[in-house]
Design a protein around this ligand. Structure first.
Ligand SMILES: C[S@@+](CC[C@H](N)C(=O)[O-])C[C@H]1O[C@@H](n2cnc3c(N)ncnc32)[C@H](O)[C@@H]1O
Length: 323
């Protein structure tokens, strides 16, 4: 298994993790065609640090809750892994990833470039029953870029004011989105996309030591209602997910909302936790929970700290997983 303690043998790697810079999201290449609710662009620098400490280099990244997929895309473009297994249950999102992988990127980019955006045109387009996967992909991109917060879940609606009062136009950058889609063709053959249950795919790879996992499940904060507002698929057995993590031979990194329930669960599995600051879409600074086996490398980030002592020192009964 690739471990962080092994990096002690490689001082150059240590230097990389000993000099973390504050997260500057603007410096992270935006490679995803989506603007994704709960998207992890802000986590990219941390993800890079994590993989930089690994020796030998992992071969495959499994992202069981891929969404907009920024972590997998970064890992492929920056050659942090050879291959990414991206898993997403939402068939609308899946249509985009499948179209890119199956050779329809050019068609999709063209459709985006030639679409004349107006409220009426969007309404007419999205009420049509798509006949092909690529048509469904186009509808998904259109909704994602014109709906409030990029949210596709039921009940979502058009951006009212958007940036500078530009309404539905405020996130529709046809040239940029088309370019991102076309760029993906250079890595498409290294993506193994599955519209499936992420937990099952984790189990499939669990015996492999050369695989790492970036796990970003739908959130629990605010209860089911909050999850339902953001994603079509929001219900998840979180206990089962943490049990699945225990079985993985490869290393994993999981991001979660900073909820007491989650911290108790993580602690009961003997996992480590750190809180990392991030700025949300409303420009408020919040802390997000990171869970893993050995997160000591994260202590090089000045703003990162362990959650309150009650979760780290109090004896919490060890959770038993049915195998
Ligand atoms: C927090 S979002 C992931 C965001 C992603 N990390 C990004 O940067 O865009 C969680 C995603 O998990 C998906 N999802 C929910 N349950 C799933 C399951 N059982 N298997 C695969 N995907 C699932 C949701 O549709 C949602 O897109």
């Amino acid at each position: 298994m690739t471990t962080h303690s092994q990096s002690l043998l490689f001082p150059d790697l240590l230097e990389i993790i000993a000099s973390p810079k504050p997260v500057n999201v603007a410096s992270v290449p935006q490679r995803s065609p989506f603007r994704y609710p709960g998207g992890k662009t802000w986590f990219v620098p941390t993800f890079r640090h994590w993989t930089a400490t690994m020796f030998p280099k992992p071969k495959i990244l499994v992202e069981p809750f891929a969404g907009g997929g920024i972590i997998s895309l970064t890992a492929l473009f920056e050659n942090l892994v050879q291959k990414a297994v991206m898993v997403e249950l939402d068939d609308d999102i899946a249509a985009v990833w499948k179209s890119v992988i199956n050779g329809d990127a050019e068609w999709l980019a063209n459709r985006i470039l030639t679409f004349e955006l107006s409220r009426e045109a969007v309404i007419n387009e999205i009420k049509r029953l798509p006949r092909t996967q690529k048509e469904k992909a186009f509808q998904t991109i259109l909704k994602n870029r014109t709906f409030h917060g990029g949210i596709l879940a039921e009940g979502s609606g058009f951006l009212k004011y958007g940036e500078n009062g530009k309404g539905i136009h405020s996130r529709w950058y046809p040239a940029t989105i088309a370019k991102r889609i076309l760029n993906l063709t250079t890595i498409a053959d290294r993506i193994d996309f599955r519209c499936y249950d992420g937990l099952k795919v984790m189990q499939e790879f669990s015996y492999r030591r050369d695989v790492i996992y970036f796990i970003d499940p739908p959130y629990t904060a605010g209860g089911k209602k909050a999850g339902k507002r953001l994603y079509k698929h929001y219900e998840l057995n979180h206990k089962q997910l943490l049990c699945a993590c225990e079985t993985l031979k490869g290393d994993f990194l999981m991001t979660y909302d900073n909820a007491d329930e989650v911290k108790k669960m993580a602690r009961s599995h003997g996992f480590q936790m750190r809180l990392i600051p991030m700025t949300n879409t409303h420009h408020a600074t919040m802390e997000e929970l990171v869970i893993g086996r050995d997160l000591s490398w994260m202590d090089a980030f000045p703003a990162v700290h362990e959650p309150q002592a009650e979760y780290t020192t109090r004896t919490i009964k060890k959770r038993r997983c049915n195998t």
